[in-house]
Ligand binder design. Structure first.
Ligand SMILES: Cc1cc2nc3c(=O)[nH]c(=O)nc-3n(C[C@H](O)[C@H](O)[C@H](O)COP(=O)(O)O)c2cc1C
Length: 400
């Protein structure tokens, strides 16, 4: 964390809006330079002047009503803050953020930031437990937004129940933890592979698999969020690579191998999430193979085992492999760890519906060489990537 991290606190029109002052003060006491952003409705509940005085910066409310400026203010702020905290967040704001609506300064800022985001909702229990609100929270979590859940207790509407804004101390300590985590991999070079490969039989036909690349891309995003220098090598996918990653597009297993071996030299951590084809065609025709009346038999040859090759020359690197299995998941994964000399294996059962290949969710076992295993719940690949990087950071911690 920098000596004086710059953060923004977004404030919505909940009855607990007054607590935002205390939250800002705690962040300031922890050394943060805080900028406040309010919704228009929040500014009707407490005075923007109070927050301007408290933060020492003009409060942003509405880009269109402020003094004309030659700068696009929400983009300038988005580029310079290290954390966005929205506390309190109303049900309305959760709905806007979950659906990508950007019609005021705060919701526009949310779309523009690449730093971590922490949200602390506050509302009446019926509003909080409303299915729509819960779906919005789930969606935002699946996009990597962290939450400090509200507490149960006496609410301003005189009801007793869930919905009370979490304590200011809890919100601030989670925010400070996220600031620490945002540089936890700073100075480390992380190489990640993703997606399938294509092995060509002729110029139009190829052998491939169902990998979408989502897991590797999410790992790259999470490593970037932790300050790492990320190189992402990917087979063909429909995904946009994360903006700040070095990106290398490959097609075949051979190209993947070349790119990995070339870039692994400078990497501290290598995560092989790509589903590299185990086989390619013995003969590759340069012209399209014509249809004929007879049956055809093709010969497949093994591709090189990139992970095993890396394991042989591992040095101090942390090497992480994936095992997509349909049976004996744990035993096969343990065998792979030993066989390939790797530090961690992420095993998933790709025969299970709704997880793994081409899905937004995953459920994995994170297995260490001594057999220790962390079994995750089924969750978004964004959240799974957080657990995997936590495990990798655990290994770094043990070694230092
Ligand atoms: C006094 C008062 C208290 C409110 N408290 C809450 C609340 O705690 N949580 C919530 O989601 N909405 C609350 N609302 C409703 C929101 O203010 C309303 O949905 C508003 O449109 C949200 O605007 P914003 O998200 O732009 O701040 C409250 C409204 C009033 C008038």
């Amino acid at each position: 964390m920098k000596a004086t991290p710059k953060i923004a606190v977004g404030i919505c029109s909940s009855i607990s809006v007054y607590r935002s002052c205390e939250i800002i003060r705690i962040f300031q006491k922890n050394g943060c330079d805080v900028h406040a952003v309010m919704t228009k409705n929040a500014s009707l509940l407490i005075s923007p002047l109070l927050l301007t005085a408290l933060t020492g910066h003009v409060v942003r409310i509405d880009s269109f009503e402020e003094e004309p400026s030659d700068k696009i203010d929400h983009i300038v702020l988005a580029k310079t803050i290290e954390l966005l905290v929205i506390a309190p967040a109303t049900a309305n704001m959760l709905g806007k953020l979950a659906s990508g609506i950007a019609d005021d300064f705060l919701s526009t800022l949310f779309l523009a930031v690449e730093c971590p985001v922490l949200i602390a909702p506050a509302m009446n229990e019926a509003m909080y437990l409303n299915k729509q609100t819960q779906e919005n929270i789930k969606r935002l979590k699946s996009h990597g937004v962290r939450f400090v859940d509200p507490e149960k207790g006496y609410l301003a509407c005189k009801d007793e129940g869930w919905g009370r804004l979490a304590s200011s101390g809890r919100i601030a300590s989670q925010g400070m933890y996220m600031l620490d985590q945002s540089i936890s991999l700073k100075g480390r070079a992380v190489l990640i592979t993703a997606g399938p490969t294509r092995e060509f039989m002729d110029p139009v036909r190829y052998l491939t698999n169902r990998s979408s690349g989502k897991m590797g891309f999410e790992l790259a995003r999470e490593a970037l969020r932790r300050g790492a220098d990320v190189t992402l090598i990917s087979g063909p996918t429909d995904l946009f690579p994360p903006r700040k990653a070095g990106f290398i597009a490959v097609t075949t297993a051979e190209e993947m191998e070349y790119a990995v071996l070339k870039n692994a030299k400078k990497a501290d951590i290598v995560i092989m999430a790509a589903a590299v084809s185990d086989y390619s065609f013995a003969k590759k025709s340069t012209a399209k193979i014509k249809k004929s009346d007879s049956e055809k038999t093709v010969e497949l040859v093994q591709t090189n085992d990139i992970l095993k090759n890396l394991g042989r020359r591992k040095g101090d690197k942390i090497l992480v492999g994936f095992a997509a299995e349909t049976e004996n998941v744990r035993n096969n994964a343990l065998k792979k760890i030993e066989d390939k000399n790797i530090d961690l294996i992420i095993a998933n059962d790709v025969s299970e519906e709704g997880i793994g290949f081409n899905s937004d969710d995953n459920k994995v076992s994170i297995i260490y060489p001594d057999g220790r295993t962390i079994q995750t719940e089924k969750k978004s690949k964004t959240e799974i990537s957080q657990e995997i990087l936590n495990a990798i950071e655990g290994i770094i911690g043990q070694r230092s």
